[in-house]
Design a protein around this ligand. Structure first.
Ligand code: SF4
Ligand code: SF4
Length: 342
């Protein structure tokens, strides 16, 4: 079994971490079954967030009897120390535990530091001194904040999007974390559903020994595929390398990574999915994208106010409103049967 140590935390776990965002979409019984199956097969790192509605509660239900055998990471998007304390108590209650192994700031727009006037980092230190959290981490989608967090020496882990579509600058983050003995947790290792070859996704992550990918799992079939990697970890073969190169070419240029950094949208458009609909239609089962619910979401593009808020926030420099229109036009053609996605 391949293991990863998260830098100075000393947390050493199976290289297949469990990302508990998607379990929000399934019922308690199915979620508990999935989590317990993962645990029984050797998965021992579970990542959730206060923001993921009932995800913490489901993890608590599933893991309460094996609490001392697993590591639980959660996140807070608190903006004040009071809010942080309040959220931490809720997380502890939901997770049915009296400590969190890794407590992370959830994608803040700046890097919290002691003395910055927000009191957020001090609140983290207080929670640590009280034994309610064991390690302090940060998650982010912005390169600048991630770099500042690494340079600050204040954080034991960084959670950042990292998949085989990563840029040189993303790879630099991984290397910097290694040099600073800081743990690196890879989110969106499947690029929010755009990467459909799990073997290639794993082989890429396996190449970086200090990286712990957390797979966002919702279906038993997806879980089974990742569990099979525990005994047979895919390696970077010539065949996989060629596949990745081909996929990178296909996905190069102006495509939306689904990070959601441009949201919320004042017109209520679910930009992180709508702006990459053409890709989702072709790279995942198209019927999932053609439901009434998704059609209604796509129709909201007609209400775009062209305020350009999204465009100014996109870290990939995308012309988001234009991309939305392009995706909507394509979507309507697919719906009308004028374009085939098979
Ligand atoms: S330009 Fe349109 S899609 Fe972008 S934030 Fe404004 S309303 Fe939303
Ligand atoms: S448009 Fe840009 S910021 Fe918005 S979800 Fe896509 S990649 Fe992320």
């Amino acid at each position: 079994m391949v293991k990863v140590t998260l830098g100075s935390t000393g947390i050493t776990v199976n290289k297949n971490g469990f990302g508990a965002l998607p379990i929000q979409r399934i019922g308690d019984t199915d979620a508990v079954k999935l989590i317990q199956k993962a645990y029984t097969a050797g998965v021992d790192f579970f990542d959730t967030a206060r923001f993921y509605t009932d995800s913490e509660k489901k993890l608590g239900l599933a893991l309460k009897d094996v609490r001392d055998k697993v590591y639980i990471a959660t996140k807070t998007a608190a903006e004040t120390p009071e809010e942080l304390k309040e959220q931490l108590e809720i997380s502890l209650r939901n997770l049915q535990t009296d400590y969190i192994d890794l407590y992370q700031f959830h994608n803040p727009s700046f890097c919290p530091k002691p003395g910055d006037g927000t009191g957020l980092y001090e609140a983290m230190l207080e929670a640590k001194a009280e034994g309610k959290i064991r390690h302090i981490g940060i998650t982010n989608h912005r390169l600048a904040v991630a770099n500042e967090a690494i340079d600050s020496g204040l954080y034991e882990t960084l959670q950042f999007p990292f998949c085989y579509l990563a840029t040189e600058k993303d790879i630099e983050l991984v290397q910097k974390c290694k040099e600073k003995n800081m743990g690196f947790i890879a989110m969106k290792a499947l690029s929010g559903g755009l990467i459909t070859n799990a073997k290639a996704a794993y082989a890429f992550e396996a190449f970086y020994e200090n990286v712990l990918p957390i797979w966002g799992i919702q279906r038993e079939q997806e879980l089974d595929e990742f569990l099979s990697f525990i005994d047979n970890p895919p390696e970077m073969t010539e065949e996989i390398k060629a596949f990745i190169e081909k996929d990178k070419k296909e996905l190069s240029g102006d495509f939306c990574r689904g990070c959601g950094y441009c949201m919320p949208c004042p017109a209520g458009i679910e930009i992180n999915n709508c702006a990459r609909m053409s890709l989702l239609l072709r790279r995942s089962p198209s019927e999932l994208q053609l439901t009434k619910e998704v059609q209604e979401k796509m129709k909201k593009i007609e209400n775009c106010l062209h305020c350009n808020q999204c465009k100014s926030k996109c870290p990939y420099g995308l012309d988001t409103p234009k991309l939305l229109v392009k995706n909507y036009e394509d979507y309507k053609k697919v719906l009308a049967g004028e374009v085939s996605v098979k």
